[in-house]
Design a binder for this molecule. Structure first.
Ligand code: NAD
Length: 328
C-alpha cells in the first residue's frame, strides 16, 4: 500500500511510519518541523525511518511541507491509498496561548487533507483525535457517546476535525475513521509530557513537579497500542464513519505516576506541587469496549509495565534524547 503519514516526523506519526515501513508498505511522510519542541527528536525519527526502509524493500519519501498549504497537500495525496493524519499542534496549554495557530493547523490543515483525499479517491483517511473532545466528565470511563464539551481550544479543534471527517464521509462517501487517543507515551515521546518530564527530572536529581494536587487522573496509552489500532484499520472498514477510543483503561492519578517514577529512580526526592494549569482535564478514563468490538483492540500493557519500559528505553537512549528533552 502507498500510505501518507502527516506529522510523521513527530512522536506518534513517527512510530506509525516506522511500523508501516517494517510491514513493507511504501510510506510518504509530510511534516513541517513545527517548532513546538526540539527538532532533533524529529530528525532522529526520520533516520530511523530510512534505516527501516533500507532494511526491507519499501519505498520511503520525506516531504518537508505544511498541511495548511493546499497545493502541497493535493500534490502529495495523489496516488495515495491511505492517509494517516497525525499532523497537528498537539498540546492543550499551547492552544490556550495560541488559539489561532492551533485552529489553522488542526482545522484548516485537516480540511485540505480531506478535500485532497476526496479528489484522489483515497481508500481511507484515519485521523488522530483526542480524549480532549470530551471535556468535563459526566460519567467515567468515557464511552464514545459521552457528551463532547471540550475545555480547551485544542479540544475544540479536534472535535471540529471529527465532525469535518464525518461530513466528508456522509456527503462524499470518503471513508474516514477518527481515533480518540488518550495521553500517549513511549519511546521518542514529546518532551513536554508528564512521563518524560518526571523521568528526566528524577534521573538528574531534581524533584518531579506536579501542577495541581496530583489527584487528577489520566488514562495513559502505550504508543505500540496506538500503532496496532492504526495498522488494523489500514485494511478494515469496520470503523468507517465512526469515532473510537484508543486508551489503556488503566488510569492512574498523576501523584501515583510521579511516585512510581520517583520510587524507581530517586526515592530520596520529595515531589513538588505547583498551582494547577488552566484547561487541563481533571480526569480521563477510556472505555475501549467499542475498539475491542470493532477492530479487536486490546491494550497490551498496564501503566506500570509501560512506564518501566519507557524508563529502560530512556536510559538506553539518554545520550541523544535527554539534551533534546531538556532544551524543549
Ligand atoms: P507531535 O507534535 O510529536 O507530532 C505532530 C507532528 O506534526 C510534528 O512532527 C509536527 O512537526 C507536525 N506538524 C505540526 N504542524 C504541522 C503542519 N502545519 N504541517 C505539517 N506537519 C505539521 O505530536 P504527537 O504526540 O505525535 O501527536 C500526533 C497526533 O495525535 C496529533 O494529531 C495529536 O493531536 C494527537 N494526539 C496525541 C496525543 C498524545 O498524547 N501524544 C493524545 C491525543 C491525541
Amino acid at each position: 500500500m502507498q500510505i501518507l503519514v502527516t506529522g510523521g516526523a513527530g512522536f506518534i506519526g513517527g512510530h506509525l511510519a516506522e511500523s508501516f515501513l517494517a510491514d513493507g508498505h511504501d510510506v510518504t511522510v509530510l511534516d513541517n518541523f513545527e517548532p513546538f519542541y526540539a527538532e532533533g527528536i524529529k530528525r532522529h525519527t526520520l533516520d530511523v525511518h530510512r534505516e527501516v526502509a533500507d532494511e526491507g524493500d519499501s519505498e520511503y519519501r520525506f516531504v518537508e511541507g505544511d498541511v495548511r498549504d493546499p497545493e502541497t497537500v493535493h500534490k502529495i495525496v495523489d496516488d495515495t491509498d491511505i492517509v494517516v493524519h497525525q499532523a497537528a499542534q498537539a498540546g492543550v496549554r499551547e492552544s490556550v496561548d495560541n488559539p489561532r495557530t492551533v485552529t489553522d493547523i488542526n482545522v484548516d490543515g485537516t480540511v485540505n487533507l480531506l478535500e485532497a483525499s476526496k479528489e484522489a479517491d483515497v481508500k481511507r483517511v484515519i485521523l488522530a483525535s483526542s480524549s480532549s473532545v470530551y471535556g468535563k466528565p459526566h460519567s467515567l470511563p468515557y464511552e464514545e457517546d459521552h457528551p463532547t464539551e471540550p475545555v480547551s481550544p485544542y479540544g475544540v479543534t479536534k472535535l471540529t476535525q471529527e465532525h469535518m471527517a464525518r461530513v466528508y464521509t456522509e456527503l462524499h462517501g470518503l471513508p474516514t475513521v477518527c481515533l480518540r487517543y488518550f495521553t500517549v507515551y513511549g519511546p521518542r515521546m514529546r518532551p513536554n509530557m508528564a512521563i518524560s518530564n518526571f523521568v528526566s527530572r528524577c534521573l538528574n536529581g531534581e524533584p518531579p513537579v506536579i501542577y495541581g494536587d496530583g489527584q487528577q487522573t489520566r488514562d495513559f496509552t502505550y504508543v505500540a497500542d496506538v500503532v496496532d489500532a492504526n495498522r488494523t484499520l489500514l485494511d478494515s472498514d469496520a470503523a468507517d464513519g465512526d469515532v473510537v477510543n484508543i486508551g489503556s483503561s488503566d488510569n492512574i492519578s498523576i501523584q501515583e505516576l510521579a511516585e512510581t517514577v520517583r520510587d524507581q529512580l530517586a526515592p530520596e526526592l520529595e515531589i513538588v506541587y505547583e498551582s494547577a494549569r488552566e484547561a487541563d482535564a481533571e480526569h480521563t478514563h477510556a472505555s475501549v469496549e467499542k475498539a475491542g468490538e470493532l477492530i479487536g483492540y486490546e491494550p497490551s500493557r498496564t501503566i506500570t509495565e509501560g512506564v518501566g519500559e519507557f524508563i529502560e528505553w530512556y536510559q538506553a537512549n539518554r545520550e541523544w534524547y535527554e539534551p533534546l528533552v531538556r532544551s524543549s
